[in-house]
Ligand binder design. Sequence first.
Ligand SMILES: [Zn+2]
Length: 442
Amino acid sequence: MKEDQDRFILRGQTLAFSGNPFEVGVEDAVDYRQDGAVVVEGGRIADVGAATDIIKQYTCAPVINYGDALIMAGFIDTHTHYPQVDIIGSNSQGLVDWLQKHTFPCEAQFDNKAVAENSAEFFLDQCFLNGITTASVYCTVHPQSAESFFEAATRRNVCMAAGKVCMDSNTPADLADTAQTAYDQSKALIERWHDEGRNQYAITPRFALTSSPAQLEALGGLWSEHPTALMQTHLSETKDEIARVLEQHPTYDSYFQVYQSFGLTGEGAIFGHCIHLSDDERRAIAVSGAAIAHCPTSNAFMGSGIFDLDATRRTAPEIIVSLASDVGAGVSFSMFATMRAAYEATRLHGVVLHPAEAFWMATCAGAKAMRLDDRLGNLVPGMDADLVVLDLKSNPLIARRVARAEDFFDVLFAQIIMADDRAVKETYVAGNIVYQRAQAST
Ligand SMILES: [Zn+2]
């Protein structure tokens, strides 16, 4: 604990955001320093500035010099499934086949707490190795899957949101809860874990096809009793799913309206995918203050469709669109892979995603989606020191490309297109190093 109290300085290139690049433009949104420094004290960011000024001001503090590596806020993954680490990259015919062939048999094993503990630890290791310091995580239907995850997160003092998945329809018998047990178990978990240390609870109906109206109603009621918890679910991932939801809920005009009618939207609601939304749904999400978790590697891998960021933002400019891996339907923990796929998705819709926009989505937007933007997700004084240090020349090919880069944005762009987990040099959580890349590991 002693090192938490110590003040120290990290020196390197620094990236922070002073605004939303989609709103104020990339030049005005980005606060970049070629030779910057970050003062860390008591697990928080105490100061950020030009290295020469900072070092002059905090003369007694030790300096860790990262040279030309980039110091920035840790990545935030707003939609991921920790129990699915073992089925990542498994082939299927699409969403329903994926759930039946891979997901449900895998998740059934989590009635064994040892399985949950092992996967939770492995998952968090993978997050840190990829510079992810906060995520919004789906567990399984078993309450102990959430217990195990929060226990592992607590041991690491990392800020994670998670929730027991609720599912009582179109579900194998060994994975089904009921409206009442979903409510009772989720409530007990909220009381035990929400805001306990750095943990956040997310009420988690899997999606409208696997929750009965009674269960959705019970969970909407639970959220109104615990409004500071998050709510996460899937929305509008495939066209077949949308048709089935509307068949199951014939009185509603849209998929989103189903969640809305049960009180399952508003600030702190995170909807995964949102690929095939109507303009009315986009506007309704924006007005409610809910956020979208864009899961581009998953969408391509599953053949679900291509999220249209530009159309979404044109219809509802204030909408929060964060980035997410959706492991294990998503194929990588790497936020570079996720940003790359997000870039490709915009290209397929004829638009170019700027690297500053991508990095903002992978940090600040995620914090905003999770209602944590007053405490993390950016490199500004007062925020938790959840940081990643990136090697911008992590392999010979990137180094060669970066040597020709036009400017800092071009360097960031090269990372999005070419980098992988080897670019993550160190990951800090609350001011402590939780991952350090071994030297000369090529
Ligand atoms: Zn998912």
